[in-house]
Design a protein around this ligand. Structure first.
Ligand code: HEC
Length: 101
């Protein structure tokens, strides 16, 4: 019995890092809520501006401007308010990264 518990413990310690690294990073997770309007991977199929191919700096600055009311949009001001500055950076980095891979 003790042996089983020990080997289970060993197995979970051995495999845990793999499980963790298989889950998407924060930027990927956070950016999923943008897909409804900006399309999968930020490639917008319709009238919404695409985020794909835009630099991290551009997306971050736009989001901060929406957040602070320096740029006026129809929906983005409200959406930007749902994120911290740190989360915006993660999202912006994510969109830049997928376009450069
Ligand atoms: C409900 C639909 C909707 C969702 C969800 C949404 N957006 Fe937007 N986004 C828009 C619209 C519409 C615009 C054009 C500006 C406006 O009218 O608010 C826009 C504009 C932008 C722009 C400016 C693009 C440019 O070319 O200047 C950025 C950056 C942006 N969105 C980022 C995001 C991010 C990041 C998310 C997810 C956290 C997100 N948006 C989620 C609808 C949406």
């Amino acid at each position: 019995m003790e042996k089983t518990v020990l080997s289970l413990l060993f197995l979970s310690i051995t495999f845990l890092p793999h499980v963790v690294s298989a889950t998407p990073d924060r930027g990927t997770l956070l950016s999923m809520s943008c897909a409804a309007c900006h399309g999968t991977d930020g490639k917008s199929p319709g009238a919404m501006p695409s985020l794909y191919g835009k630099s991290s700096k551009y997306i971050e600055t736009s989001m901060l401007n929406f957040l602070q009311g320096k740029r006026v949009g129809t929906v983005m001001n409200r959406i930007a308010k749902g994120y911290t500055k740190e989360e915006i950076k993660h999202i912006a980095d994510h969109f830049e990264k997928i376009a450069n891979n």
